[in-house]
Design a protein around this ligand. Structure first.
Ligand code: SF4
Ligand code: SF4
Length: 375
């Protein structure tokens, strides 16, 4: 059965937002990253597969993220992927990067090829905190790269790509959330996105400010006020309730989240480098909608699995397979499940734990665990 899909007929209007990675790798190691809990199996998109994407997938995409969970700029295939997206007419192409490889040549390429948005994850406003959290990245190099990129863009009298900074709010860096606003202005950046931290391992709970609502809410209010005063656009999570409903630790068998599903509402598709598609990254453990390297994308979009998921999520405002929405934490901040990686809370996701786990959370960042809720 074909269910109605938002925004009209597939072929007449681009409306799909595709989130993908060209590889499962990253060249640095951040303490809050999911890679501190699991190591994804190595995969990368080949040139032959990129041709399939350009021909079969990109022509249907309205907004494309060429990186979501890995670093794109050090991949040899990245320039060709960006060109392929533009040749296919994708109106909006963005990347998320750690900016370590945003050198002058790469900056020129991004400007020449018409990137729409450059998101840089920074998480700090000083060298000391930055290099402690983003292990392997160099503060002077990264901030210098951002500054030069903005100058090169401005020299061309362009407003695109828009540049924004990302900041994951943690106990370890929250004292630098406010100073980041002035740093952004100094770098020529006018947009910052602040996020809650997702707890990837139980011991990371002590680093999540969500367990301290008064402190978090005071910070959020200061961020709003200072950003308004400085003319910097910020995206800040909603205030937290006085207490967070704790998760009791029982692994959920068949999770169903009753709330808004932005993946269904905004026609998301998530593509991993081996070609498999999912409605959202959070459902990667559940089912694949199909593989774009073996099945036409149109057939996947109109396939029963995709239609059923979106139809149900839109009609019932629920997402089958989600314990909570990890994609848009700002919608419901009242339950601890919102902050815990799904691997920790559902039985279906424990499969992912078969992947190799790295060593423990860096000792120099560990804090007293008195405030940590036990799992
Ligand atoms: S730059 Fe992003 S993908 Fe790489 S380790 Fe840091 S958080 Fe993870
Ligand atoms: S995490 Fe679940 S509820 Fe949230 S957007 Fe993704 S699929 Fe929908």
């Amino acid at each position: 059965m074909t269910l109605p899909i938002k925004n009209g007929w597939f072929g007449r209007k681009r409306h799909i937002r595709l989130y993908m990675d060209l590889s499962t790798t990253c060249d640095i190691r951040c303490v809050q990253c999911f890679r501190e809990a699991i190591i994804p199996p190595p995969m990368k998109v080949t040139r032959a597969q990129l041709e399939i994407l350009e021909r079969e997938v990109f022509p249907y995409i309205e907004r494309l993220s060429l990186s979501c969970t890995g670093e794109p700029l050090y991949l040899p295939i990245f320039p060709e992927a960006l060109r392929a997206a533009k040749r296919a007419g994708v109106p909006y192409v963005r990347i998320q990067t750690n900016a370590t490889h945003l050198d002058e040549a790469m900056s020129a390429l991004l400007l020449d090829e018409g990137l729409s948005h450059l998101g840089v994850s920074l998480d700090a406003a000083t060298k000391e905190t930055f290099e402690r959290i983003r292990v392997g990245a160099d503060w002077e190099m990264v901030t210098g790269n951002i500054r030069r990129f903005v100058e090169m863009r401005n020299a061309r009298r362009r407003v695109e790509p828009e540049v924004s900074l990302n900041f994951t709010l943690m106990t370890d860096n929250c004292h630098e959330a406010l100073p980041l606003i002035d740093l952004a202005r100094d770098l020529g950046v006018t947009s910052i996105s602040y996020h809650h931290m997702i707890v990837e391992r139980p011991e990371m709970k002590s680093h999540n400010l969500a367990y301290d609502p008064p402190r978090m809410n005071a910070l959020l209010q200061s961020l709003r006020e200072q950003a308004a005063a400085r003319g910097v656009h910020v995206s800040v999570p909603k205030d937290l309730p006085d207490t967070i409903t704790p998760w009791e630790g029982r692994l959920l068998e068949e999770p169903v989240y009753n709330g808004r599903c932005i993946a269904a509402e905004d026609s998301w598709m998530f593509l991993i480098p081996d070609g498999h598609c999912f409605p959202c990254l959070n459902l990667r453990d559940r089912f694949t909608l199909g593989n774009v390297f073996t099945t036409p994308f149109r057939d996947i979009w109109y396939g029963e699995s995709n239609q059923a998921f979106r139809g149900e999520a839109l009609r019932n405002q629920c997402a089958r397979g989600c314990d909570h929405c990890k994609a848009v934490l700002t919608d419901d901040t009242g339950h601890e499940l919102a902050y815990l990686a799904k691997r920790l809370t559902t039985r279906s996701a424990t499969e992912i734990d078969r992947l190799k786990k790295p060593t423990s959370f860096p000792a120099d960042l560990s804090l007293p665990t008195a405030a940590v809720n036990s799992l």
